[in-house]
Design a protein around this ligand. Structure first.
Ligand SMILES: Cc1ncc(COP(=O)(O)O)c(C=O)c1O
Length: 400
């Protein structure tokens, strides 16, 4: 009898691990590898946030806090939602967790019964299907084509809704495509949701601050306040404040659901780290101008990467509105052979050959439930990005 529980059979190990392992092995062997596979800012956490954490340690803020987070931080999160999106949440409608990821876990585990369906537009973040499956739910994928900027069409959402649909999970802006929805683009989606009162909405807005050309991603409840009582608005510090390692995510949600998530969290991790909470409080309430500086750098890099990729034969790269990813199609390379004799049969063989032959690590599209593409994270320095894109161009030009 296996020691491993059957529930683990429902999930797969992260598809990004194989490529990351290979990249590390090549690096260890002395190869010059540029990794474009990381899902985190290359910027350091701002100094004033680090200082707040150090001050919290010195002041003895080293004890358990309320499970849902300190009152000061929950007030700051409520104020963030008000300031940025005009949303009105009281502190008892806010939960702070160990990363945005735990908020998703909390919400799914607290609500899904076996076989309940969760509608997930694809391409989607690698963890959504596995979190849903662990919670015994059934992911229902709705493909969103590059020809529509990888955005969900209202009619496709409507067609995916069944009597078993419990959640609709939206990621705006998106990992892996960078696609983001304005208020006008969310309107028809909200109209569909208004017609289906049993479907709850989970909106993962963790990349909210990272948008370019003046684009402002909107969030569901600001567009349609009548959906408030069945929406979880998730956000966090990882991306906007370059705080991935601190593990602070949060959400605003109706009181009863917040309480259920609090109950679950009380029996798993309890509160998020008290030190990280103090840091997050400083981040949310302190000066916000460094976000604009970071966004300006990402903006330049996005334009550089999209331009250079579109000069590579067989590659077609859509220019997205936000996040720090692009998700080019590599379909034009399928069926070809590389300069060193490897056969490109799909997105996975493409990224493996690219890593082997040019030392550039990306993630294949199938990891995001969307083959025929690959993901590039441009959260890396501009010189490395330029070099990586030149190598991709050379790799593609060498295909026969
Ligand atoms: C779409 C999306 N949601 C949530 C997360 C989780 O963020 P956190 O680090 O706050 O757990 C990530 C991290 O990569 C992400 O890409």
């Amino acid at each position: 009898m296996s020691i491993i529980a059957e529930r683990l059979d429902r999930i797969s190990p992260s598809q990004t691990i194989a490529i990351a392992t290979k990249a590390r092995a090549l690096k260890a062997a002395g190869r010059d590898v540029i990794s474009l596979s990381a899902g985190e800012p290359d910027f350091d956490t701002p100094q004033f946030i680090k200082d707040a954490a150090i001050a919290a340690i010195q002041a003895g803020e080293t004890k358990y806090t309320d499970v849902a987070g300190t009152l000061a931080l929950r007030r700051a999160v409520a104020e963030k939602f008000r300031r940025d999106s005009g949303l009105d949440y009281t502190p008892d409608e806010i939960i702070v967790s160990t990363g945005g990821k735990q908020v998703i876990f909390n919400a799914m585990l607290a609500t899904l019964n076996a076989g309940d369906e969760v509608i997930i537009p694809t391409p989607c973040w690698v963890s959504y299907p596995d979190i849903v499956s662990l919670a015994e739910g059934k992911p229902v994928f709705v493909p969103c084509g590059q020809n529509n900027g990888f955005k969900l069409r209202a009619e496709d959402l409507e067609a995916a809704i069944t009597p078993r649909s419990k959640w609709f999970l939206l990621n705006n802006p998106s990992n892996p495509t960078g696609a983001a929805y304005s208020a006008a683009e969310l309107r028809p989606i909200c109209d569909v949701l208004l017609r289906h009162p049993d479907v709850w909405i989970f909106t993962d807005d963790i990349y909210e601050k990272l948008a370019y050309d003046g684009f402002r991603p909107a969030t569901v409840v600001e567009v349609e306040p009548r959906l408030r009582e069945r929406t979880v608005t998730m956000n966090g510090c990882s991306k906007a404040y370059a705080m991935t390692g601190w593990r602070i995510g949060f959400a605003g949600a109706p009181k009863a659901l917040t309480k259920a998530m609090d109950k679950l969290q009380s029996q798993s991790t309890s509160n998020a780290s008290s030190i990280s909470q103090a840091a997050a409080l400083a981040g949310l309430t302190g000066p916000q101008d460094f976000i604009g500086e970071m966004v300006a750098v990402y903006h330049e890099r996005r334009d550089l990467v999209v331009d250079m990729l579109n000069q590579a034969p067989g590659i077609s790269c859509h220019k997205p509105e936000g996040a720090f990813y692009v998700f080019p199609s590599m379909r034009g390379c399928i069926g070809k052979t590389t300069a060193k004799g490897a056969k490109i049969t799909d997105d996975e063989s493409f990224v493996i050959a690219l890593l082997d032959e040019e030392g550039v690590a990306c993630v294949h599209g199938a990891a995001f439930m969307y083959p025929g593409h690959f993901r590039i994270s441009y959260a890396t320095d501009t010189a490395s990005l330029r070099e990586a894109c030149s190598r991709i161009q050379r790799f593609c030009r060498g295909l026969v």
